[in-house]
Structures are given as structure tokens and as C-alpha cells.
Design a protein around this ligand. Structure first.
Ligand code: BMA
Length: 820
């Protein structure tokens, strides 16, 4: 007999709300159950967030029955397995408490056989109030430990091992969700429990790979022998376990993979995965292993010290974004949505995702998809933007959590790095208590951080532990927001400090693990949470959906620096996304061009967990913001960018991330806003492997008048057929003499394919064909040149399920000159 699932319908009640007696689907959360029962309004709509806080301020009880047949009672043990328990929970079986949970990140296992009876059994989960527990714990701390004021709406979340952004963040709704978010299972154990399998790779001089399996078993009842079966790389191995003595036993076996197919990050090669199964009696553990070597090079160099991931002996440029929880309502974190978002990341030429420390260690499906898609994972441990206790109880609890998570995740080839926290070193300097007593709080920090390091290194010696993000290096408590010589950097001078976009040119980070710029959601997404009377960026609903205090002012103020002020709400939304795309593009292209300095670019942030104004490149509804289309271009393996630095000639930098050389041909043109080509420079060369070179430069000093009348455009075609295009605008957009273009739109359909062909009389910038209906186009926010310049009409394909008629009615075309 294998697992028995306790997933499905449970009964939900609350001691404080006698009228509530409904069902709750587990895995799932209480809010979602109440929404389904029409006892709670949709939390994401309007200002409903303010109406639903009572849910987090209540206790909840989940109950159900299950049937046990006689056979099950013959087992040596029956394990109840629980994980993603959010958070303070007491579990009862037939009236007896069998488990008390207090850490959402633990994987709990408890033998409940002694409490089971043949026939009907009763299980209940009492969920206590997390806010009260947080306060209770804070009251008992030996000294104040500042919590994430400004982000959290509920105090002292830092004392609880629960997703920190559940209490709100500067992009996050405060729901204080509760529930159980992973499958609940009962596993009968016969004599010996198969506990855990861990693998380790050793690469041999001949290119083969030794995979050593460490298999933990627990002998519960003495037996003569037990047979373990291992299937790996088309080999079957059986091992007889001597089960004469009770207690834990560890078995190791090494399997040699000859001529292994190596696993690569996306863009650098394929992602072959080798299935592994280990079976003991009724219990099988399966894994998919990717065989690769991965190190982090932090050698001292002429600049400071490197921060370069090296995969299979090749340095790579990490390109990607930061990940926050998929949905603030955990019931909506479905495998389909994980797949969609991660596929969208790869579609934008990303190869790394950072799981940010204010969220959660993600569900298995996340890491399985990253393995499959070639997305390296920078894994923060779950601490963010606050200080944390270092009391013995807190450390002991966290230690168990880290052991559970490292054991769960260490065999994923995508996992690249364990990082101790998000911005906790920095946070020592943010709060009054710690600012004025720095030594005490640095020691307090290090007590926790050192324990994290020791546990990670013990359970996963194959990977690097990095103390914090950002961090300048080992035991370095300096300012990694401004030091670009070593370590990883969070560069927020543009968004939070209000500098202009050219401030991105003032630093060359070794690895920028955060930098971001907000935009508003697109109109179709706004319609999902705001009535038309709230279609205004300062309406109550819109302000409820902006969690960064100065956010709307920053966006609007930046409009005035670069653009002519947009007309109407829809154009405001559109322009905010143009602006965001320009910000992140400016930084990413500059840092990629300085490849000798910079080997990692992860912008803040990939996704949204509810519909909100934020730094994301993909909206909650799944719509790609303009930034995501730009990311696809600025993260492409071969990328051309114009860089203009003060008192320097305009330079065209071309970056090649391939580990092979790449022949390219194409041209740079100088065009005026009437669509006349004034000059052309042909380019035809071979890019060196893993390089960044200046292929063209202009010494022309444009007069102030000429700068408003022209722009430069480059289009290069690589030998593999890929194309990179880019522009340079010599003056601010608000000064440029853009002409109002007439854009023609033709729809085409052939079998299943639907596409648009666009042409124009005058050049059009940031052209966004926006659909009200589902789906998207293959490209957006592009420069449209008249076909007499480019030689073709711009063709973009529709990706989605709608038919041609629906599409025709649902298209709105935005472009920069049309916004004012
Ligand atoms: C970063 C993150 C988040 C935050 C973001 C935007 O530093 O770590 O805490 O949401 O900035 O302010």
C-alpha cells in the first residue's frame, strides 16, 4: 500500500464566527475557501483589501474524516506528512494532538499509527492567529528586533517563520493568509522507512561522471534483510540492507555515467535530465538529475573581486529577474501558472531567477520547471528587510527549517546558490535601535547567519553559501548598494533615490541582483480591479493598488523629465510602461556591454502576486508589460547597443554571450523623423566567443538642432538567423521633433497562424499593439520604420486562443507620438 491522500474537501469553521460552516479545499488557503463560499468579497477588487482583514484576525478549524482499513493497521508506522503549513497549527487525530506546527518552511513527519482505528477516523487542524503569536514572541525577546516597518502592515512578522510578505510589502497586499499549501499524505511504513536520497556528482578526468547516492533509511522493526532497488542511467542496482538492528542507516552507492550529457543554463545548451528512482518496499523516491559542474568565481581581480557563475567550465552571464510568490492567495498557485511564468522568463532570454527572501521556498514544481527550462536559481533563505532574533529557540527552529529545505532542494541542477537573506545586512543601518547600536546588531546578525552557513554547508557541500543579497563578500558588512567593485549589488539610486536614468551608467556592478523601476498595469489589467470611475492614478482604488508610498509621484515626476506629458488615463498607463522599459533597458545594456565587470543582471521583479502598480515585467493577469518584450531583446545572446557617455563618441557595443564566435552583418543608419535615411554604415564581422566589442563609433558632434531631428538605428543579422536591433536618440524624447505617423495595420490568417503587418509613413517609437482579449503578440514596444527604409513591413504573430474577429475588435495601437 502506498500513500493515502488527505487532499480534497475539509470542513472549515471558526470559533469567532459561528455562522461559518463551509468547505475548504486542501491544499489551499482559508481566504480562498471563504471567497468560494461567497463569505468574502474578491480581495483584489477595488479597496476590498481593507474589508477582509478580519480573516487574518480569526482562528480557524479544518476537519475531515478518513477511512482506515485493517491492512493499514498492520504497518509498522503510518507517517503523516505535512509541509507548507501556514503557520501556527495544532493537528489532532481522533481527539489526540499529534503535532504542533509553528514554521511554514518545515517539512513535518509524524507517526500517527498509535492514534488510528479501523474504520472512520477524524483529523482536525486548528490554525491559531499569527498576528497574536508574533506579538507574543516579540514581547519575550531579550531586546528589540526591528521588523519590516514600511513593508509589513502587521508588526513583528520577523519573529514568525512565515512568508514575510503575507503581512504586505511595497508591492504586496496584506492578507495574512493561513492554510496548508501542499498535499497532505499518510504513508504506511513496513519495517524500514526510506527517508531521504541525496546525490553528489564527481567529474572524472575522462569526462565521465560519478554519481554518489546517499540513502537514509530508518529501521523501525528488526528484520533479516530489506532490498533497496536503484534505477539510474539505464542501470539497475539492488542493495540488501542489513536490518537486524533498529535505528537509522545510511547506504551509499556510486554509479558511473559514461559519456554524460551535460545540463546547461538556457541559451548555453540543452537540459538533459536523468531519471533516478530508489525503491524500498512500498516507497519510491524519484528525482531527475542534471549533470553539470557549477561554481561561483569570486577571485580577487584588477577591479575588486569577481562574481561569476561558471558552468561546465564556462563563465556565464546570469540574466534574469527576481521572483516573488506567484499569488497572494496560495490556492491560486497552480502548476499551469508556474509553467507559464517560467516559460515567459525563458522566452525573454533569461537564464536565472532569484527566489527572493521575503517570499517562500518554492513548491517542488517551481524547481522541476527550472531544471527543465534551464533557469538557474539564486535561492535566498527566507529572511528579508528586517532584523531577526538570534535567541536559542529561534535558531533551533530555523536550523530544522534549513535542514528540511536544503535536503528537499539540493539535487536540483538549476539551483546555483544559497543566499542567507535579502537586505538584512543593509537593514542594520535602517532602524533606529540598530543604527545606534551597530555592534550589537551585527553580532546578532552573524549568530543567525553563521548558523545558516554551517547548516547549508553541512547538507549541501557542493554549493556556495552567500551571506546576504546584496553583500560585498565574506564578513563584509559594507554598503553593497553603492560598492560596485565586488559581490552582488542592489542598485536603487534611480527608483528610490530619484536619480535620472543615466545614473545607471555611473556604476558597473559585478553582479546586479536587484534594480527596478515601477510602472502601472495596462488598461486591460486595471479593468480587472477598478470600476471606470476609478480610472485615475490618484483614485482611492488606484492608490490602494500602489504600495510604495511615493510610487505614483515618482512615475509622474519622471514623465516630466523625459517625455511630453501624456493625455488621458490610458496613455498615462502606456507611458509608464515605456518609461519602465527604458530604465531597465538602459541599465541592462550598459552592464552587458561591460562584460569584463558584470556577470549578472537580475532586475526587480518578474511577477506580481495580485494586480498592482509595481516593478514587475509581467502583470498579475499574465500580460507582458513592454519591459518584458524589451527584456527579450536586451537579454538576447547577441545584443547591439548604442552607448553615449559624456564627452565620448557615440559607440555601438555588440555583445556575444555564445561560447562560439558569431559572424554578423548589418548596418547602422542615421534617420530623420520624416523618415529620410541620411547616412548608412555597413557592418560585417565575426564576434569573438563570450565577448563585448565596440563595432562602430561616430565622432559626429550633432548640433542642438540636429539632435532633435535625427536618430540612429542598427540592425544586425547573426549567422544563426537571429536579429538584433536598437536605436539611439540623441536628445530627450520631449525635445525630439517626432512626427505624427500614419500606421497601417493589416491582419493576416493562414491555417492556425494569425499575424499583423504594420507599416508607417514616419518612424513610430514604442509601438504597442495592445489586446483587450487574451493572448499577446510576438513583439511589442518596438520601433516601426517605414518599409521604404527597412525593406519590409513589420510582421508580428498572435500567440493565443482568440479568433480573428475577436482580435480585430480588441486591438488598440499605442505609440509614443500618440500619447500626447
Ligand atoms: C528591494 C526588494 C524588496 C522591494 C524592492 C522594491 O530591495 O528586496 O524588498 O520590494 O526593493 O522596493
Amino acid at each position: 500500500m502506498s500513500h493515502i491522500s488527505l487532499d480534497g474537501q475539509w470542513t472549515l469553521t471558526s470559533p469567532q464566527h459561528s455562522h461559518i460552516h463551509t468547505t475548504c479545499t486542501l491544499p489551499g488557503d482559508v481566504h480562498s475557501a471563504l471567497i468560494n463560499a461567497e463569505l468574502l468579497p474578491q480581495p483584489y477588487y477595488g479597496c476590498n483589501e481593507t474589508l477582509i482583514q478580519w480573516v487574518g484576525e480569526s482562528e480557524w478549524l479544518l476537519t475531515r474524516e478518513f477511512t482506515v482499513d485493517k491492512n493499514l493497521l498492520d504497518a509498522t508506522a503510518v507517517d503523516l506528512n505535512l509541509s507548507f503549513v501556514d503557520t501556527m497549527a495544532s493537528i489532532y487525530v481522533n481527539g489526540t494532538q499529534v503535532l504542533s506546527c509553528s514554521n511554514m518552511f518545515r517539512c513535518y513527519q509524524v507517526d500517527i499509527l498509535p492514534y488510528l482505528q479501523q474504520g472512520t477516523n477524524h483529523i482536525s487542524i486548528a490554525l491559531a492567529r499569527n498576528d497574536i503569536e508574533a506579538q507574543r514572541r516579540a514581547d519575550r525577546l531579550p531586546f528589540a528586533v526591528p521588523w519590516a516597518v514600511g513593508n509589513n502592515q502587521i508588526p513583528h512578522m520577523n519573529t514568525l517563520r512565515k512568508t514575510q510578505c503575507h503581512a504586505g510589502w511595497d508591492w504586496g497586499i496584506c492578507l495574512l493568509s493561513t492554510g496548508i499549501y501542499n498535499s497532505l499524505t499518510l504513508t504506511p511504513v513496513y519495517s524500514t522507512r526510506l527517508q531521504h536520497v541525496r546525490t553528489q556528482q564527481t567529474w572524472l578526468a575522462n569526462g565521465d561522471c560519478d554519481v554518489t547516492l546517499t540513502i537514509d533509511c530508518d529501521i523501525l522493526a528488526e528484520q533479516t534483510t530489506q532490498i533497496l532497488e536503484i534505477n539510474f542511467d539505464k542501470q539497475v542496482h539492488t542493495i540488501a540492507i542489513d536490518a537486524a538492528v533498529k535505528g537509522p542507516q545510511t547506504i551509499t552507492i556510486t554509479v558511473t555515467v559514461t559519456e554524460p550529457q551535460r545540463w546547461w543554463p538556457a541559451g548555453y545548451g540543452d537540459q538533459p535530465l536523468y531519471p533516478l528512482t530508489v525503491t524500498l518496499n512500498n516507497h519510491t523516491i524519484t528525482k531527475k538529475l542534471g549533470l553539470r559542474e557549477l561554481t561561483l568565481d569570486t577571485q580577487v581581480d584588477a577591479i575588486g573581486s569577481a562574481m561569476t557563475f561558471v558552468v561546465n567550465g564556462h563563465p556565464i552571464t546570469a540574466k534574469g529577474a527576481n521572483w516573488i510568490p506567484l499569488d497572494a492567495l496560495p490556492s491560486r498557485q497552480t502548476p499551469e501558472r508556474y509553467r507559464q511564468l517560467l516559460e515567459d522568463a525563458v522566452a525573454a532570454n533569461m537564464n536565472m531567477i532569484r527566489v527572493w527572501g521575503g517570499g517562500m521556498y518554492e513548491h517542488d514544481i517551481f524547481y522541476e520547471l527550472c531544471d527543465e527550462l534551464g533557469l538557474l536559481v539564486w535561492q535566498d533563505l527566507m529572511f528579508a528587510c528586517a532584523l531577526y532574533p538570534s535567541t536559542p529557540e529561534f535558531l533551533a527552529d530555523v536550523e530544522l527549517e534549513i535542514v528540511d529545505q536544503v535536503k528537499r532542494l539540493a539535487d536540483h541542477p538549476a539551483l546555483a546558490l544559497w543566499c542567507g537573506d535579502n537586505e538584512v545586512i543593509g537593514a542594520i543601518g535602517w532602524y533606529d535601535e540598530s543604527k545606534h547600536n551597530r555592534e550589537k546588531y551585527v553580532v546578532n546578525y552573524d549568530r543567525l547567519n553563521r548558523m545558516l552557513q554551517q547548516v547549508v554547508e553541512q547538507y549541501d557541500p557542493s554549493r556556495r553559501f552567500w551571506a546576504s543579497s546584496p553583500c560585498n563578500g565574506e564578513l563584509d558588512f559594507g554598503d553593497a548598494w553603492h560598492d560596485d567593485n565586488r559581490g552582488d549589488m542592489h542598485f536603487w539610486d534611480v527608483w528610490h533615490s530619484g536619480k535620472s536614468f543615466d545614473a545607471y551608467h555611473s556604476v558597473k556592478p559585478r553582479f546586479c541582483s536587484e534594480f527596478g523601476y515601477q510602472s502601472w498595469p495596462s488598461l486591460p489589467t486595471v479593468k480587472t480591479f477598478a470600476d471606470d470611475e476609478d480610472w485615475n492614478v490618484t483614485s482611492p482604488t488606484f492608490e490602494q493598488h500602489q504600495k510604495n508610498g511615493r510610487g505614483n509621484s515618482i512615475i509622474t515626476e519622471m514623465f516630466t523629465r523625459y517625455f511630453r506629458f501624456p493625455v488621458g488615463f490610458a496613455n498615462m498607463l502606456y507611458l509608464s510602461q515605456v518609461q519602465q522599459a527604458i530604465a531597465i533597458k538602459t541599465a541592462s545594456e550598459f552592464w552587458r556591454a561591460h562584460k569584463q565587470h558584470c556577470r549578472g543582471i537580475l532586475y526587480w521583479q518578474l511577477n506580481d502576486c495580485w494586480p498592482v502598480s509595481s516593478w514587475s515585467s509581467i502583470e498579475y493577469t499574465g500580460r507582458w508589460k513592454q519591459l518584458h518584450h524589451h527584456a527579450k531583446r536586451f537579454f538576447a545572446p547577441v545584443m547591439a547597443t548604442f552607448i553615449q557617455q559624456p564627452q565620448q563618441p557615440l559607440c555601438l557595443h555588440v555583445v556575444n554571450d555564445h561560447h562560439q564566435s558569431m559572424p554578423i552583418t548589418g548596418k547602422v543608419i542615421k534617420v530623420d523623423w520624416q523618415g529620410n535615411v541620411l547616412e548608412t554604415w555597413a557592418l560585417d564581422t565575426q564576434l569573438a566567443p563570450d565577448s563585448s566589442e565596440i563595432l562602430w563609433q561616430s565622432d559626429q558632434q550633432l548640433t542642438a538642432i540636429a539632435a532633435k531631428q535625427v536618430f540612429y538605428h542598427v540592425r544586425l543579422t547573426c549567422a544563426d538567423g537571429s536579429v538584433t536591433e536598437n536605436d539611439h536618440y540623441p536628445c530627450l524624447f520631449k525635445h525630439a521633433q517626432l512626427q505624427q505617423p500614419a500606421i497601417t495595420v493589416e491582419w493576416h490568417q493562414d491555417n492556425d497562424a494569425i499575424w499583423l503587418e504594420l507599416d508607417c509613413d514616419y518612424p513610430a517609437l514604442f509601438v504597442e499593439p495592445q489586446l483587450e482579449c487574451q493572448g499577446r503578440f510576438s513583439d511589442s514596444s518596438f520601433t516601426l520604420l517605414p518599409s521604404h527604409i527597412s525593406g519590409y513591413k513589420q510582421r508580428i504573430y498572435y500567440k493565443g486562443e482568440c479568433n480573428l474577429e475577436t482580435l480585430k475588435q480588441s486591438l488598440t495601437l499605442y505609440h509614443l507620438r500618440g500619447s500626447y
